[in-house]
Design a protein around this ligand. Structure first.
Ligand SMILES: [Zn+2]
Length: 518
């Protein structure tokens, strides 16, 4: 009887201990869910970052404002935060773009100067347009080149349709859709050949036109959706480079072709602000048991500046900030140190995260895990093991604690293959550290918001972002509590299917510490 009862007691103890762990986990998970759902700060943070501060081009004053805002925000949540300088960049500030057609009739055009485009020196420039001519070769092009003097030069193809393919597919006949695609492909090939026959490429043509006396470069980088263009950087040094909508570009193009001699009136104000320092914002909740081991949240902070960078990577930023806020409230004394990295200059080559990896070997070496998010507003639907042989064990263990409504959305791939780029987790993977990407469902990210003039607050799907903040917070909690340090043993990579050579782990790349300056 005595024997039985002591065994019973042991059993009871064992059971209650594991029940205790289960209860503790489920209490924390429930509290995270409650805080995320009932006291969400996502909308407010999104408004402050995207509407008030705006886009965050590296080297712009808005990028600096965003870093300072994030540090202040963390401090208001009682979280330690700092801006870590890692390099310098060309300083540039976007100003107004006023673009009008003033002849043969008046129409204000939808467009803007590209990033780093020169301004018009406080003046409005009015001039005729000219289209890059289709000539035999570069010799003929050099002879033609003086024609651009005093003109706005149009360097993009005139798209045959402003309707995205999905719209043709829904409403067009099969025959007309196929015909349009065939003609567009032929036209695209012809345009490519037209540009290559000049002897220049997309990068070198604008400076050549500038040298020949053009007053501005006009282009239209359509992004295959209604009303959406991608806005990247200019290659001119003195004259403005502007992008205008497909609709307006097509109209001006046709008027130029039909010899109506349209005139554009352009004013772009932008400022060179010299060489400016660039930063990462790092925030931290100190670990209590293993302060020298790290669990890390990650999202790049910079953006292109055609819109406000809402989904690239405003939403990733919001996910990580909200997860930090929730963790500080629900789990203020983590076992391991929780860090978040808001990286500068991802868009120009993962520079902030690469610099962090170089500058903090002690963190990289003792990294339990890093979760990065950077492909839009959608809920997370993919998680790859990045080629780490044992990623399955710990990621699956942590995921098992995530509520089914979120967990069942996530398709896992193990061991997966190591990401060589694309976003900041790759900087860690290249160093052999356990960096993972929380990969989102598309919401037509590639065409409608990625690097476009439509990447704005209204495109955010807050329920999905909220779900991602919950996922990130729970995964970080589980990673911090895990009694075991994660394994970074690499799997044997499959041979390159093309060359048959053994698969190679991506190599570490040095950051550009001084960028945009010639
Ligand atoms: Zn991005």
């Amino acid at each position: 009887m005595r024997k039985f009862s002591s065994l019973f007691l042991v059993l009871l103890l064992v059971t209650s201990r594991s029940t205790f762990a289960q209860t503790k986990d489920s209490l924390i998970v429930a509290a995270i869910m409650k805080e995320a759902n009932e006291n969400s700060q996502l909308e407010k943070l999104g408004h402050e970052l995207l509407d008030v501060i705006g886009p965050r081009l590296v080297g712009s004053p808005q990028m600096q404002q965003a870093h300072d805002w994030a540090v202040a925000k963390y401090k208001s949540w009682d979280i330690t935060a700092r801006n870590e300088k890692w390099g310098e960049w060309r300083g540039w500030e976007r100003g107004v773009s006023h673009i009008d057609m003033v002849y043969p009739r008046v129409k204000s055009l939808e467009g803007m100067q590209l990033a780093w485009s020169p301004g018009t020196g406080g003046k409005t420039i009015t001039a005729e347009t000219i289209i890059i001519a289709d000539l035999k070769d570069s010799v003929a092009f050099q002879q033609w080149l003086p024609n651009v003097k005093g003109k706005f030069v149009m360097i993009s193809m005139n798209q045959p349709t402003g309707r995205p393919d999905y719209n043709w597919e829904e409403f067009g006949t099969k025959e007309s859709f196929e015909k349009m695609k065939k003609e567009r492909t032929a036209q695209t090939d012809a345009w490519r050949s037209r540009i290559s026959k000049t002897g220049y490429n997309a990068r070198t043509l604008p400076p050549a036109l500038e040298k020949a006396g053009a007053v501005g470069i006009v282009m239209s980088n359509w992004s295959n959706g209604f009303g959406v263009n991608k806005i990247f950087g200019a290659y001119t040094a003195k004259i403005p480079t502007i992008d205008i909508s497909l609709e307006d570009y097509g109209m001006v193009y046709r008027l130029t072709e039909s010899d109506h001699k349209p005139k554009l009136s352009v004013r772009t104000d932008s400022k060179e602000t010299g060489v400016v320092p660039t930063f990462n914002t790092i925030a931290e909740i100190k670990g209590t048991e293993k302060p020298d081991e790290y669990v890390m949240l990650s999202a790049h902070f910079d953006s292109w500046d055609g819109a406000s960078g809402a989904t690239d990577n405003g939403t990733g930023t919001l996910v990580m900030m909200e997860a930090m806020r929730i963790l500080k409230k629900i789990y203020p004394n983590p076992k391991r140190t929780i860090l978040v990295g808001h990286w500068g200059s991802e868009e120009q080559g993962l520079n902030g995260s690469r610099a962090f990896v170089e500058d903090h070997p002690e963190i990289v070496k003792n990294l339990q895990v890093l979760f990065n998010q950077d492909n839009g507003t959608g809920r997370v639907t993919n998680l790859s093991g990045q080629g780490y042989l044992h990623a399955y064990e710990f990621l699956a263990r942590w995921l098992s604690k995530v509520p089914a409504s979120i967990r069942t959305q996530v398709e896992t791939r193990f061991p997966g293959s190591p990401g060589g780029g694309g976003s900041d987790f790759a900087s860690f993977v290249a160093a052999g550290a356990p960096g993972f990407s929380l990969s989102s469902i598309s919401w037509l990210y590639g065409s409608y918001t990625w690097h476009t003039n439509r990447d704005t607050y209204d495109k955010i799907v807050f329920d999905d972002v909220r779900s991602n903040a919950i996922l990130a917070a729970i995964m970080i909690y589980m990673a911090s509590e895990d009694p075991v340090k994660t394994s970074t043993e690499k799997s044997v990579l499959p041979p390159n299917p093309r060359t048959g050579e053994p698969g190679r782990w991506p190599a570490k790349t040095a950051p550009t510490r001084r960028g945009g300056l010639n």
